[in-house]
Design a protein around this ligand. Sequence first.
Ligand code: FES
Length: 87
Amino acid sequence: SFEIELAESGLSLTVPPHKTILEVLEENGVTLLSSCRAGVCGTCETTVLEGIPDHRDSVLTDEERASNETMMVCVSRCIGRRLVLDI
Ligand code: FES
């Protein structure tokens, strides 16, 4: 599991291995736009302020992946223990 911190609210949430970031957000009343929920459409793209995403989408280019500035929260996870998201 890993932690996500939401920059706007200061809320910290735990993402367990069997749930996506998007699911954990929704369970906690944070609604994001989403569509495919499979990492292919780009709708759930979210800005990353801190931490390194484990990119599992098929939307971002290699360059975008390497920059770690944004991620698809419906499928991608975290390398390490914590991400700070700009939501
Ligand atoms: Fe389509 Fe996340 S909802 S990429």
